[in-house]
Design a protein around this ligand. Sequence first.
Ligand code: 13P
Ligand code: SF4
Length: 333
Amino acid sequence: MAEAASMSTGREGSSGTALARAAAVPQDVRERIEQLKAERDAVILAHYYVEPEVQAVADYVGDSFYLAKLAKSLPQQTIVLCGVEFMGESAKLLNRTKTVLLPEPAADCPMAHMVQRATIDAARAEYGDDLAVVCYVNSTMEIKSWSDVCVTSSNAVKIVRELSQRHVLFIPDRNLGRFVAEQVPEKHVILNDGCCPRHEAISLAELQELKREHPQALVLAHPECTAAVLAEADYIGSTAGIISYAEASEAREFIVVTVQGVLYELERRCAEQGKRFFVTHTPPTCGDMDGITLAKLVRCLETGTGAVKIAVDEQAAERAQLTLDRMLEYAAR
Ligand code: 13P
Ligand code: SF4
């Protein structure tokens, strides 16, 4: 495997690296985590982008929709969310009486702030009641409170399609918004100028080079990528969608065009299938997700620090919560 990787301009992720890192978590650390969880009545949720060591000790691992949905049904009093701030905020808004802890409270998705209130006011003034403000869950509580409904990358197309309004202001991600607009041409989708800097940075040239080196490989991409990158994709979907697609596919090789944290779950699920996964030569990483380490998770469980606060007034919190409740309702239809 190492030889294949060194011959390639891309990097092979199927050499079991992520699995090996997860397996190397010492037994005493695992036992300590179990003990601390019991003491705090805590459950650990992790996003597919965090380090393999953290995913390995989590009780539940998933995409942002799964984590939000799941958080609502868990019996434990404390939810430790190994993800970026907006994920913790969503869990807190959906579970106001519970404690939600973030092992790294400074881990913040930059895209979550990329909307101006004036953009929303202008669209509402122009289209009135025939406009829905559709907010990607990667957004702050305040931005959610200005919106009508939340979506994630796994349900955005379905929810936009079902809205009664013809006009949709899609915030903050222009790339997911454009992808949704293409899938739902009957709607007039207005885009906002925000994006994920990590997905935008994925190089088209590196992807094309990788495709030339692995002509049999299917390209699996997250809709936060640019239009030019998505034009090369065989499948476009959320992190959970990418993982399920690869697992079910007959293909043997895949170029994964999203943050490389997903390689752990891909390796874990496909370990017996002999599948190979490649990512671009420049590592597709998310610095914020990388900040959520196993050491910080243990410290968070020990100290109980990193509690998510409702950072807006009560009326705004209720409006923000409603956008998430509506998402869960639409997605369940
Ligand atoms: P998912 O909805 O696939 O979990 O994506 C979250 C995210 O932050 C993508 O960058
Ligand atoms: Fe935000 Fe992009 Fe990181 Fe996802 S990958 S958390 S969208 S910065």
